[in-house]
Ligand binder design. Structure first.
Ligand SMILES: Cc1cc2nc3c(=O)[nH]c(=O)nc-3n(C[C@H](O)[C@H](O)[C@H](O)COP(=O)(O)OP(=O)(O)OC[C@H]3O[C@@H](n4cnc5c(N)ncnc54)[C@H](O)[C@@H]3O)c2cc1C
Length: 458
């Protein structure tokens, strides 16, 4: 009898019961774009082995995903080309469908006689919307697996958490039990009748509609490159994380967010490696706080706050204070278009925006400064929020991520933060100033540094 691994099972939940066909187990992959250390794929393979069926992985390519540009598609598709080859070596087909999942999955599942469906967990509205529309169109059993968080988001908490200090004890209570070793994906013994078309990067990129930002060349995409970047970060960046991470002139942060965003590297694998490694304890603990607590808090925010990208999601103290400072004169007023073009009076802010435009990433410390100045220079907080989200999503390689929505809501709307002494425009929202940045790091050095330097620091 097949021996099930219960550590795999507890990362999943049944989201729709049903009766499937005689065909393969289908894993609809979206957020976890990797073969290694992927709970969703492991769960799908376990189901397929248990039922002695083929395993098919399907990816739905939506070429007009909101704010996703050629920069993001090129990175993602490069990774998917590698993934298709890697899975083929294990006897697992990766089939790409061009179009939206709620339209394309029902006929695909019907044509293949799919037995069971497995999908990734993702709290973002668009992904939840696809699933909502899909549900009445399917009649097979459907499981969702959280391969993104170490502890499944619905297990950690059943409600929107107020701040890091409220979710931290919940995570810490469960962490040891969930921070386990990954089982191995095995060569799949039941061949599939589905024949996958080999992915062609050039052809697929040609179909991308939004070309406002182009591919980056400084960061290689794919699981292999991600593993290399992790190894480098462990040796060269993370030992100094505690002291250096707030200095954009030093390589103090991991630089791994694009890989984590596209699921090309498992956060659980990274956390396990860091926890067991020999980093100085302050750096290890500070990094795990960001990677585990802050990151899982961001997923919690988007999961339980459907309006996560609007003013309505801000806590009441923040909404009240922003309301009462609505009419405060702004020291400078810039349109979203001027901000996008980095045309402000502030060389530090302009450099941040230029890094977003050309590099496709902004240092974590500067992201806070960047977003808070948008609040200060916009007509109203709602406009500031919309501008920050759209610029971050459009230009940052790791954009369109719960971390981004939570980070911007923290910066502009006090989400997961507390009230601070009152100031014009900000009210009680924590402010950041250029002079404050000067006390933290050599601002002029950052502004004058060649763009290539940014590449080795972010
Ligand atoms: C205004 C603003 C916008 C942001 N937009 C994004 C975004 O679009 N995508 C994104 O992934 N992160 C975003 N963040 C969170 C954070 O700044 C980035 O995760 C970090 O800069 C990524 O670089 P790194 O991987 O070198 O970070 P490291 O400091 O090395 O952290 C490692 C990982 O921990 C997680 N992490 C770190 N800081 C945070 C945080 N504050 N909240 C949640 N998770 C965190 C990320 O997954 C990150 O990759 C934003 C923060 C702010 C204030």
């Amino acid at each position: 009898m097949f021996q099930r691994n219960t550590d795999i099972d507890r990362r999943s939940r049944l989201i729709a019961p049903g009766r499937g066909g005689d065909g393969p187990v289908v894993y609809w992959l979206s957020r976890e774009q990797r073969a290694d250390d992927n709970w969703s794929l492991l769960f799908a393979q376990q189901e397929a082995l248990d039922r002695q069926r083929p395993l098919v992985v399907v990816f739905c390519l939506v070429t007009d995903y909101p704010e996703a540009t050629l920069r993001h598609y090129h990175f993602m598709l490069t990774g998917l080309v590698e993934l298709q080859q890697k899975l083929a070596g294990l006897g697992i087909v990766l089939q790409l469908l061009e179009g939206s999942p709620e339209r394309l999955l029902p006929p695909f599942l019907a044509d293949t006689g799919a037995h069971l469906l497995v999908s990734d967990f993702d709290p973002l509205r668009i992904k939840q919307g696809w699933k909502k529309q899909l549900r009445p169109r399917l009649s097979l059993p459907w499981h969702e697996v959280d391969g993104h968080n170490i502890i499944p988001a619905w297990v950690t908490s059943e409600k929107r958490e107020y701040a890091a200090y409220t979710i931290r004890p919940k995570i810490n209570r469960l962490l040891d039990s969930y921070l386990t070793d990954f089982p191995k994906l095995v060569p799949h013994p039941y061949p599939s009748a589905v024949a996958a078309t080999p992915l062609d990067l050039k052809t697929l990129c040609a179909r991308v509609k939004d070309r406002r930002s182009g591919p980056v060349s400084w960061l290689q995409s794919g699981e292999k490159a991600a593993a290399g970047a992790v190894a480098t970060a462990l040796v060269q960046r993370l030992p100094g994380y505690a002291d250096r991470r707030n200095n954009p002139c030093l390589p103090g942060q991991s630089g791994l967010s694009p890989y984590l965003h596209f699921g090309q590297f498992s956060a659980q694998r990274l956390a396990k490696t860091v926890a067991a490694g020999n980093l100085p304890p302050e750096s290890r603990d500070a990094f795990l706080e960001e990677l585990v607590v802050r990151r899982e808090l961001a997923d919690n925010y988007c999961l339980y706050e459907p309006e996560y990208d609007t003013f309505a999601a801000f806590p009441s103290w923040a909404r009240n204070t922003l309301h009462s400072h609505r009419l405060d004169p702004r020291p400078y007023l810039y349109s979203p278009a001027s901000l996008e073009q980095a045309e402000t009076h502030d060389p530090l802010w302009n450099r941040c925006q230029q890094d977003l435009l050309t590099v496709g990433k902004l240092h974590g410390y500067l992201r806070m400064y960047w977003a808070k100045q948008i609040l200060l220079w916009s007509r109203e907080p709602e406009e500031a929020l919309a501008t920050a989200i759209s610029l971050n999503d459009r230009y940052s390689l790791d954009g369109r991520d719960p971390n981004g929505y939570a980070g911007i809501a923290w910066s502009i709307g006090g989400v997961h933060d507390r009230a601070w002494p009152e100031r014009p425009v900000f009210g009680k929202i924590r402010s950041m100033t250029a002079s404050g940045c000067r006390r933290k790091f050599p601002v002029d050095l950052y502004i004058q540094s060649p763009r290539e330097t940014a590449l080795s620091l972010f």
